[in-house]
Design a protein around this ligand. Structure first.
Ligand code: ZN
Length: 194
């Protein structure tokens, strides 16, 4: 699948949202991609995972797939399934990214990190830090959608995405939609919009 076909998939699933959103980074935006609405269709999840796997530098070099919860869970698991690799995830507890649920990482395991949508890449970087704390070695990072492809040097491992989508984001105290004052900002995931 090419970028155009993947964007069509998002559009057809009603997953390209317009409004006023608070991103996980705390910044505000008028657009949001709700990957969960695409990934709820298993065939779509498989197609997106295949598109990501096509960008893996060397599949034989991967021992383990790791994603940051919640966004990376579905796509990470599907990538791991198709690659026939184990899959684990990191998650936040009281704001801090951690490895829980009895998961462990073999010493020097080569890790492919998979996320659905990235902007600042904060969750992914925290996920990779946790992998390193537990003795693993992140070797590549993949994201379905990159909302800020012009941002350089977010990651210290090779990185690839299937969709680059420049979406303007604003600091919370300098958001033009907030200044208009007519549309309350919502945190996707907390309401019907996501
Ligand atoms: Zn705002």
């Amino acid at each position: 699948m090419n970028e155009h076909e993947i964007l069509d998939m998002y559009e057809n699933a009603g997953a390209l949202l317009n409004g006023h959103f608070i991103l996980s980074s705390g910044r505000h935006s008028a657009r949001y991609l709700q990957s969960a609405l695409v990934l709820m269709n298993i065939d779509h999840a498989t197609a997106l995972a295949e598109a990501l796997i096509a960008k893996v530098d060397d599949a034989d070099q991967i021992d383990l797939v790791v994603s940051p919860a919640i966004g990376g869970l579905v796509i990470g698991q599907e990538v791991a399934r198709l690659m026939n690799k184990p899959f684990i995830f990191t998650e936040r507890k009281e704001g801090e990214m951690q490895l829980r649920r009895g998961f462990s990482i073999a010493d020097a395991a080569r890790v492919l990190v998979v996320e659905d949508v990235i902007t600042t890449g904060g969750s992914v970087c925290e996920c990779m830090a946790v992998v390193r704390q537990h003795g693993g070695k992140p070797v590549q990072m993949l994201a379905v959608v990159d909302r800020a492809p012009d941002e350089q040097n977010r990651f210290d491992v090779p990185y690839a995405t299937t969709i680059e989508l420049n979406v303007e984001t604003y600091a919370a105290d300098d958001c033009p939609i907030c200044k208009q004052g007519t549309l309350p900002a919502i945190k996707p995931g907390s309401r019907g919009a996501a």
